[in-house]
Design a protein around this ligand. Structure first.
Ligand code: OTU
Length: 642
C-alpha cells in the first residue's frame, strides 16, 4: 500500500472521512503553490516533490493532533475568512511580564482589555530566550518551551483558551531569521555536528563576510556593528544580522525550513491564532545586494503559508517587514501574479508619516506617500499602530520627500532631533536610537505620550499644553483606528503612560534605549482610568470610545478601501473609507496648533458626496455646513455620507 500523505486512504485513516475530505480539498488547493515555491528555493538540494510529501505528512500529523475546540475555530474561520479584517478587531500589544507579571497574570487582566474592546492580543516574545542579554526575547534558546519567568506551555494554552472564550485572538512572536547562539542547534554546530553546522552560515575567514558587507546595511550600527561575528570556540565567522548572540539561520537548507514549520505547527497547536513572523525580509542572502526582500524570502513565506493553510486553516500570518512601501506590499502576496503569503503586515509607513506630520504640522509628505501606495490585496490587511516596542526608524523615501520639496536626508535628521527634544520649540521627549555616524541618521525611542508632548506639558504645568498633548495622542490613535487595518494599542498608551526614566537600571538593558518605551504597566495609574478628571481617565475614555465607534462602522473595516484626498490646507489629513455594505466615511485629522476651517470641495470631487453627517470627533458634535467644516487644533472628525 502506498502510504504517501497525499493518498486519500492515508488521509482518511488519519483524520476520518469528513475531516479527511476537507484536508484533501485544502491540499488540492495549496499543493501547486507549495510545489512551485519549493522547486524554486530547494530544487537544487532535494527532490521537491518528495520534500513536499514530507512536509504534507508533517501537516497531516499536526491536523490529526488538532484539539477539537481549535478545529472548530478553524472551521468557523474557513467559513468567514475575513474574520480578522472585521470592524470589531481591535488589537493590544504587551510584554506578558511587564503588563501582568507573566502569562497567568495576563489571563487575569483580560477584563482591562475587554474594556477597550480588544479582540486581538499580541504578546511579545514568550519562548525561552538565552540567559543574559536576549534582545527582549528575540534571541530564542528553546522554541518548545515558554520563558520560565513567564510561565509554562500549560499557561499559554490556558491563556489561549480563556482568550478564545472571550472572542480574543492570540498573536505570538515567531523569530525565524535567527536563533540564540545558545540554542541546541547552534551548540551542536559549534561542537562540529555537520547536520547543525548547515543550519547556520559559517565562514572560515573574513573573505566572504567582507564581500557581503560591501552592500549590507547595518541594523544596529552602534549596538552591534557589522553583520558577522567571530565564533570564539572555532575562530570562524558566523552571520549575525542583529546582535552577536543572534545567529542567522541558513534558510537555503531545507531542514531549516522543516524545523521551523514544526515550530509553527506546534505553537498553533497550543492555540496561538496569529504568528508575528519577525524580521522576514532577512531570510535570504545574496551577494552584491542588501540581503533583504530577496525573491526566495517570499517563496519561503509562500510555502509556509501553503502548509499553514493546509494544517491550520484558521491561523493568520503577520509579516514584520519594516521596509519601504514598494518592498512591503509583496509580503501580502502582491506579486505580478497574486500568491498567498502573509495575511497581515505592519503599516510602518503610516506610523512614520503620522509622526512626521506631527512634528512639521504639515501632512503633504504623508498624503503624497500614502496616495501612491498599492493597496493591500483582497483578503489581507494592515496592522496600524502609533508606537511599538521598537524604535521609530525614519523611513522617509527619498522620492517622496523630493516630490513635496523636502530634502530627505535633512528631514530624517530633523525628525530624530525633534523627537529627542533637541530641536528648538520641540514638545517631544524621546532619545536618539542608534545614531549612524556614516549617514548622520538616527532613530527615535520614546513612549507615545512623551513623544506627543505630555511629559513636556506636565513639566511646564500649563493646562492648555496638557490638553494639546492629549489631543495629539487621541488624534494619532483616531487615524490608526480608522485608516484601514487592525489598530494596535501599545501597552500603556491607553492611560498615557510616559517614558520609563529608570530604563537603564535593569541589567542587560543599559545599552539599548528602546527600553525607554518598554515600561512596566502602572496599575496605580490604570486604576484612575474611570476618573474623567485625570490624564488616565481622559486618555482611556478617548481610546475606548474610538473602539466603540469603530465597532459600529462597517466602512472602518480593514478591508474597506482607503483613499487619501489632498486638501488645500497642509494642516489637515483627509481620507475616505468605502465598503460595498456601507455608506462612505470621511476621516479628517488636523495637525496644527491652531483651529481652522476646511473646504471639503476636493472630497466632493472624489466621492460625489455633498452631505456628511457627524459620527465622532475630539470635541463635541461637528457637522459640515456649506461644504466647510471647522476643526480644533490637533483634533479629528469622523463623518458618514448622509
Ligand atoms: C525585529 O526588528 C524586532 O522587532 C526587534 O525588536 C528585534 O531586535 C529584531 O527584529 C531582531 O530580532 O531591525 O530595529 O525589517 O526592521 O525585523 C528593528 C524588519 C529591526 C526589521 C526588524 C527588526
Amino acid at each position: 500500500m502506498n502510504d504517501s500523505p497525499t493518498e486519500p486512504d492515508v488521509v482518511r485513516a488519519a483524520l476520518g472521512d469528513l475531516e479527511g475530505e476537507a484536508f484533501l480539498q485544502r491540499l488540492a488547493l495549496v499543493r501547486p503553490d507549495l510545489d512551485e515555491a519549493l522547486a524554486e528555493v530547494y530544487g537544487d538540494r532535494v527532490d521537491p516533490a518528495a520534500f513536499a510529501d514530507l512536509l504534507v505528512a508533517d501537516a497531516l500529523a499536526a491536523t490529526a493532533a488538532r484539539d477539537p475546540a481549535l478545529a472548530a475555530l478553524d472551521r468557523r474561520r474557513e467559513i468567514d475568512p475575513g474574520w480578522f479584517l472585521a470592524e470589531d478587531m481591535i488589537g493590544y500589544v504587551c510584554y506578558a511580564d511587564r503588563f501582568a507579571g507573566g502569562l497567568a497574570g495576563v489571563t487575569t487582566h483580560l477584563d482591562h482589555l475587554a474594556e477597550l474592546g480588544v479582540r486581538y492580543l499580541h504578546l511579545m516574545p514568550l519562548l525561552q530566550p538565552r540567559d543574559g542579554e536576549n534582545d527582549g526575547g528575540y534571541a530564542v534558546a528553546d522554541y518548545s518551551a515558554v520563558d520560565r519567568r513567564l510561565g509554562t506551555m500549560a499557561d499559554l494554552e490556558a491563556l489561549a483558551g480563556e482568550a478564545h472564550r472571550r472572542g480574543i485572538a492570540l498573536c505570538v512572536d515567531l523569530v525565524l531569521n535567527h536563533t540564540a547562539r545558545d540554542h541546541q542547534w547552534a551548540r551542536r554546530a559549534v561542537a562540529g555536528d555537520p547536520t547543525y553546522r548547515s543550519f547556520y552560515r559559517f565562514f572560515p575567514d573574513r573573505t566572504e563576510p567582507d564581500a557581503y558587507e560591501r552592500t549590507l546595511p547595518e541594523v544596529f550600527p552602534d549596538l552591534a556593528p557589522g553583520s558577522f561575528s567571530k565564533v570564539e570556540e572555532t575562530g570562524e565567522w558566523v552571520w549575525t544580522t542583529f546582535h552577536d548572540y543572534q545567529w542567522d539561520l541558513d534558510w537555503s537548507n531545507p531542514q531549516v525550513f522543516r524545523a521551523m514549520l514544526g515550530v509553527m505547527l506546534s505553537l498553533t497547536g497550543r492555540g496561538v491564532d496569529v504568528l508575528r513572523l519577525d524580521a522576514v525580509p532577512f531570510l535570504w542572502k545574496r551577494l552584491g545586494t542588501d540581503c533583504q526582500n530577496q525573491p526566495e524570502a517570499h517563496r519561503i513565506l509562500q510555502a509556509l503559508k501553503a502548509l499553514v493553510r493546509l494544517a491550520r486553516p484558521g491561523v493568520v500570518l503577520k509579516a514584520e517587514a519594516i521596509v519601504g512601501p514598494d518592498q512591503l506590499v509583496p509580503y501580502l502576496g502582491a506579486h505580478e501574479v497574486f500568491r498567498p503569503e502573509c495575511d497581515l503586515a505592519y503599516d510602518n509607513q503610516l506610523m512614520v508619516m503620522l509622526w512626521s506630520a506631527l512634528a512639521t504640522r504639515d501632512v503633504r509628505l504623508l498624503v503624497h506617500a500614502l496616495s501612491r501606495r498599492q493597496p493591500a490585496p483582497a483578503g489581507t490587511g494592515w496592522v496600524t499602530y502609533v508606537r511599538c516596542h521598537d524604535d521609530i526608524g525614519w523611513a522617509v523615501a527619498d522620492e517622496d520627500a523630493w516630490a513635496v520639496g523636502i530634502d530627505p536626508g535633512a528631514h530624517r535628521r530633523f525628525l530624530a532631533s525633534f523627537f529627542a527634544g533637541d530641536h528648538p520649540g520641540s514638545f517631544a521627549r524621546g532619545l536618539v536610537f542608534q545614531p549612524d555616524p556614516v549617514t548622520g541618521d538616527g532613530r527615535t525611542s520614546g513612549m507615545c505620550a512623551s513623544l506627543a508632548g505630555l511629559e513636556h506639558a506636565l513639566d511646564l504645568g500649563i493646562p492648555a499644553e496638557v490638553d494639546a498633548a492629549l489631543r495629539r495622542i487621541e488624534t494619532l490613535y483616531a487615524v490608526v483606528y480608522s485608516f484601514g487595518g487592525i489598530p494596535l494599542v501599545y501597552m500603556g498608551d491607553e492611560v498615557a503612560l510616559r517614558n520609563d526614566r529608570r530604563w537603564a537600571g535593569e541589567p542587560g538593558h543599559e545599552a539599548d534605549n528602546r527600553w525607554l518605551h518598554r515600561p512596566r504597566m502602572d496599575w496605580a495609574a490604570a486604576d484612575r482610568r474611570h476618573d474623567p478628571t485625570t490624564l488616565e481617565g481622559r486618555c482611556f475614555a478617548a481610546l475606548r470610545r474610538l473602539g466603540e465607534v469603530r465597532r459600529s462602522a462597517v466602512a472602518l473595516r480593514s478591508d474597506a478601501s482607503t483613499t487619501v484626498v489632498p486638501l488645500d490646507d497642509p494642516g489637515v489629513l483627509a481620507y475616505v473609507r468605502r465598503h460595498p455594505r456601507a455608506q462612505p466615511m470621511l476621516g479628517l485629522a488636523r495637525f496644527s496648533d491652531d483651529p481652522g476651517v476646511v473646504d471639503l470641495a476636493p472630497v466632493r470631487a472624489v466621492t460625489g458626496v455633498d452631505r456628511w453627517r457627524h459620527v465622532h470627533s475630539t470635541a463635541g458634535e461637528q457637522a459640515p455646513a456649506d461644504g466647510r467644516i471647522s476643526l480644533p487644533a490637533w483634533g479629528f472628525v469622523w463623518l458618514t455620507a448622509d
